[in-house]
Ligand binder design. Structure first.
Ligand code: FAD
Length: 453
């Protein structure tokens, strides 16, 4: 048994752990910082769906802590099995003991095990785990599978379905219990657009459908039975019914969780125990607009939390706390880019936020005859009281993904639709909408017209 001493120990080398490590090493270069991790190789989690077709190898989606190591950080592959907050000590699977001044939980999240579906434990039932070893095994196992059923039409299930369905000679069925796929991320209308787009691919999409049982033969998956009796043949099933914070270690160490099972933290990502912090999917996330604890697990959110923590780990240096997640999603299905930020009519109504909406549709280049031009729609959700932007959806050409990032900044800075009128933009025929009708500004004009009425 070895005993090793560090200023900072981060448990987990996902996006939140790595960004915390890089930020700490950049601003406190003399601190001895260690990341303890479970696996030698890591994956870009958001790239996992594309392993199954577009990238077509597991290694082309690999991600590692090189940036952190280049700054002098240390990485040890030794899964943490015990945390002693009183002694400020961790124990690794190897038996080694690590002591810390500051501890950061970045243990991420895991797929929800669908034990509520009979037959969930049969052979050839899989999950989309953020693990290099697991995904390598899944990639190999799926090579000879011809009938794949994916349960769950959130953005992960839908992206994986789209990619698998692009393979030759394969039948992919996606089963979603809600009326549309993507309904947790998008408004009703955009969820329908996204689901229709998925239907235009080779994916056989069932909505408003519940899987009642996975039926096997010789212990292996054979088919699924839906509520209502319909049966769908399958030689592999991927269950994509959600993710839950990975908090077993934190619970064993008596760190308090919130009602969603995430480690409770304040706006600087500090837990209630001195010198112990948590970031990313394992930690509590507040909604930017709702102010309440919202269950949003995104790499972009985790990285933002990690930067706030990294800057402020040894004292509050930047008094701009993480003000909560705006939940910025983007995806592309069948070539259509779709993106959202902040509230939409579902989440706004559920959180009792007063809002109106307005939109504008045009094209993403000019003149519209320019080759490669795609339609582009921006919808703003705004406050009827003061015109501040509360949410947005943009869909169409690929620029939708960066336009939503601009609108996320507008939400974060409490920009109003009136201010957008004088928003200064750059335009180019090959790259943007026309200067006479920039998509965001025209949507803001539509919003002002609605408010006047
Ligand atoms: C298929 C897929 C697609 C996605 N696409 C997007 C997207 O497009 N955009 C987006 O913003 N988000 C996306 N997400 C969500 C995003 O991946 C997560 O929000 C992100 O991975 C969270 O990062 P994290 O570092 O908090 O946790 P994780 O990525 O879960 O990493 C946690 C790490 O901790 C390690 N660990 C756990 N326990 C221990 C232990 N005891 N000892 C040592 N190490 C431990 C794990 O091995 C893991 O490496 C996607 C997720 C999936 C699954």
């Amino acid at each position: 048994m070895n005993m090793k001493k560090y200023d900072v120990i981060i448990i987990g080398a996902g996006p939140a752990g790595i960004v915390t490590g890089v930020t700490v090493k950049k601003y406190f270069s003399n601190k001895k910082v260690l990341i303890l991790t479970e696996e030698k190789k890591g994956l870009v989690p958001c790239g996992i769906p594309y392993i199954f077709n577009k990238l077509n190898t597991v290694d082309s989606d690999s991600m590692g802590p090189k940036g952190f190591v280049d700054l002098g950080g240390e990485v040890i592959i030794d899964p943490v099995v015990d945390v002693n907050l009183t002694k400020k000590q961790l124990k690794g699977e190897s038996g080694d003991i690590y002591t810390y001044e500051k501890l950061v939980f970045a243990t991420g999240s895991q797929p929800v095990e669908a034990s509520f579906i009979k037959g969930y434990d049969l052979e050839n039932v899989f999950y989309i785990k953020k693990s290099y070893q697991y995904i390598s095994n899944l990639f190999n196992k799926l090579k000879d599978k011809k009938q794949i059923v994916i349960v769950g039409g959130g953005f992960i299930g839908a992206e994986v379905a789209e990619q698998l369905a692009a393979r030759k000679g394969i039948k992919v069925t996606l089963i979603e219990s809600e009326a549309q796929c993507f309904s947790k991320a998008f408004s009703r209308e955009l969820s329908k657009i996204a689901t229709d787009e998925l239907r235009k691919t080779n994916v056989n999409v069932y909505t408003s459908s519940l899987v009642e049982e996975i039926i096997g033969s010789d212990g292996k998956v054979q088919k699924v039975r839906l509520k209502g009796g319909e049966e769908i043949e399958a030689d592999a099933i991927i269950l994509s019914v959600g993710y839950k914070p990975n908090t077993a270690l934190a619970v064993a160490a008596n760190l308090p969780l919130n009602k969603m099972g995430a480690i409770k933290v304040d706006s600087y990502e500090r837990t209630s125990v001195k010198d112990v912090c948590a970031v990313g999917d394992c930690s509590q996330t507040f909604g930017f607009l709702t102010g309440r604890s919202d269950h949003i697990m995104l790499a972009s959110t985790g990285a933002a939390e990690a930067r706030v923590l990294g800057y402020n780990l040894f004292g509050i240096r930047i008094k701009k706390i993480f003000k909560g997640t705006i939940a910025v999603f983007s995806t592309q299905i069948n070539g259509l880019t779709m993106a959202s930020a902040g509230i939409n009519e579902n989440t706004g109504t559920e959180a009792n936020v007063e809002f109106m909406s307005a939109e504008f549709t045009d094209v993403d280049k000019h003149p519209a005859t320019m080759p490669g031009t795609a339609p582009l729609t921006a919808r703003l959700f705004f406050s009827p009281s003061d015109g501040s932007i509360l949410g947005a959806e943009v869909w169409g050409g690929p620029s939708a993904a960066e336009i939503i990032n601009t609108l996320s900044l507008a939400i974060q800075k409490y920009i109003t639709v009136y201010e957008l009128i004088s928003y200064q933009i750059g335009t180019h025929p090959l790259l943007t909408s026309a200067p006479t009708k920039p998509i965001i500004i025209k949507a803001a004009e539509a919003a002002i017209a609605k408010m006047k009425n």
